[in-house]
Design a protein around this ligand. Sequence first.
Ligand code: C5P
Length: 328
Amino acid sequence: MSANLKYVSLGILVFQTTSLVLTMRYSRTLKEEGPRYLSSTAVVVAELLKIMACILLVYKDSKCSLRALNRVLHDEILNKPMETLKLAIPSGIYTLQNNLLYVALSNLDAATYQVTYQLKILTTALFSVSMLSKKLGVYQWLSLVILMTGVAFVQWPSDSQLDSKELSAGSQFVGLMAVLTACFSSGFAGVYFEKILKETKQSVWIRNIQLGFFGSIFGLMGVYIYDGELVSKNGFFQGYNRLTWIVVVLQALGGLVIAAVIKYADNILKGFATSLSIILSTLISYFWLQDFVPTRVSLCRQAGVLWRDLGLLQPPTPWFKGFSCLSL
Ligand code: C5P
């Protein structure tokens, strides 16, 4: 049962990340009239949707009884303030991370940003080893390095894609520091959340409500600081259209799926799944943009084969064998 949940959650993560990347790319090419939506408000809306979805899931787990739901929420969240407060740490770090990535993108070109951010595959492994006492063999480390290189290559722009953004050395340094710090925060927050999920008995959905609660508070602070004036002038939902809602729902779904993946698989496999979705979205956009270099994808596949052959603890389900990079 739990092995099934592991592969199902990893599969949904690949689907969710791929559709989010493609929808965001598509939304950027659309010409819209009127004001654009504010990303700071989209973060808050996604957190609120995530909380609502988790409450529904807890309701289902409470045999659809409102009274039982009320009791669980009271007992597990309100009456355990110290347990709830634990989630302020990853939530605060994720908020900081989202801001760091914004600083990085403003000071680096998109390609350097994307390629450097892949270092989070290694920082996640480092934190998994130090905080969760996971053991990785030499070939598993090697496979992570190959995966990181492969994904970096997949994202490397072709000459025609290189933009001629002029950036000073100082600004590049700030951008690089921001993205490197985000690599560490991504590894730490993910593994910290995994430690909480695996070392305590509370359900993953309760944990996600706690995470979303702090996420909404930090997010609202972000709206006030960055876009307070615009919101008071044009409203919270300015510029929202059907596509914005699709992106927001996909983002909320991402939070749910990431939590399930961390619970039933782990952060390292999450890295493999998101890498697979980077390759998938590259493949899909190849059919539209005719821009794709197969050797780069082979590198990622090689990483997956190495990981599977040397780290195999339990046989993968037969239909999953094709996706060798997910079959630890
Ligand atoms: O780049 P990285 O994989 O660290 O990004 C993880 C993202 O997933 C963050 O933006 C974080 O807000 C989100 N997340 C979530 N719910 C969780 C865990 C992570 O929304 N339970």
